[in-house]
Write a protein that binds this ligand. Sequence first.
Ligand SMILES: [Zn+2]
Length: 347
Amino acid sequence: MLNELNDFLSYSLHCANLPDQHQRRADRQFSPFSLTINGHTQVDCEVLGVITFTPVVKRKLQKHIVLSCGVHGNETAPMEICNQMIADIANEHLMVNHPVMFMFGNLPAIAKQTRFIDENLNRLFAAELDGEGDERVRARELMSEMARFFKHADDTDCGSKHHYDLHTAIRASKNEKFAVYPFTHGQAYNKQELQFMSDCGVNTILLSQGPTTTFSYYSSRYHDALSFTVELGKVKRFGENDMKKFEQVSTMLRHLIQDEVLALTPYSECPLQIFKVNQVIKKYQDDFKLHFSDDTANFTDFKKGSVLASETGRQYVAEHEGEAIVFPNADVAIGQRAMLTVIPYEL
Ligand SMILES: [Zn+2]
C-alpha cells in the first residue's frame, strides 16, 4: 500500500474511475485502508482523496492540521505540493509530529482539469447543504471527514486546529500570493497565523467581512479552526508549474507538520499588507460587465469614483481612493459574487 502513497493523487483518480460521468460514484473502485509507517505514523484513508497521518506517540499541544487542495480542479500547484508531501511522509523523508489530513477536493474536476463540473465546490460548504449534484455530495463528504478529524482534536484536548485551503487564482495578481482570512464574527485576528502566512511568502491578507460558504469559512466557523483560503499564484496545467515559486510555502508547510514548535519571524518584521473587503459585488443581470480589461491583475487599485462594473439598473464605483479589485469574474451565475473590492487596513 505504501506504493499508492508515492502518488496518492493518481491513485485517487484511478480509484474514482472517472470516464463515465454519470456512473462514476457507482464505479468507485475504492476500499478504505489503514497502515502504519514503521511503527511511528498511523495512516488512514477512509474516503477517496482524503488521507490522514497521525503520530503514534502522542504529545501534548499537538496541532491538528487540514491541508486541502483541488477544491477547484484546475488549480494544480497546491495538489503537486500536497502529493509530494504525502510521498515524502510515506518514504520517511518528512516526519509527522502533528496529526495532518490532506484533502483532494473535486476529483472529477481534477481528472478533467477544469474548475468544476456542475457547481463551484467552494460555494457549497454550508452546514445545512442539501441537493444531490456531484459537488454537493462531495462537499458533504469533505465536511464530514473534517468534522471527524477535528472531533478527534477536541476529544484529545489538542493544542490548536488549523485549515489551509490551497488554491491558485484564475488571473494574475499584483500581489502574487495572498490569503483570505475568513470572517471571525468579531473574534480577534490571530497574529501568529499571519506570521505563518508571511513566512510562507504570503504577505497580502484579505480580511473577509461577512459569512460565506467557502471551505475556510466553514472550518473557522463550525470547527473553530484557524483557517485561510491561500492563493499561491496563477493557474497552470499539471507539470507546467514553476515549483521554485512554491518552495517557500512548501518548506513552511513541512515545518508546520514536522516541528514540535514552529519558529516564526516576529510580527513587526513581517512585510504584511492587510486589506479588508469593502464591497461584495454580485451579478444580477445577464449584461453585467467589468469596466477594466480582462487581464487586469488582482489588487489593481482605482481612483475614487471610477466605475468598476455595471449592469442594467446598477453601476458599481470605487468608494475610496485606492480601492482595489479582487477576483473579478463577469461569467459567474446570476446572483453569485462577481467581484470584491478591498481597501488597506491597519491591524
Ligand atoms: Zn480556487
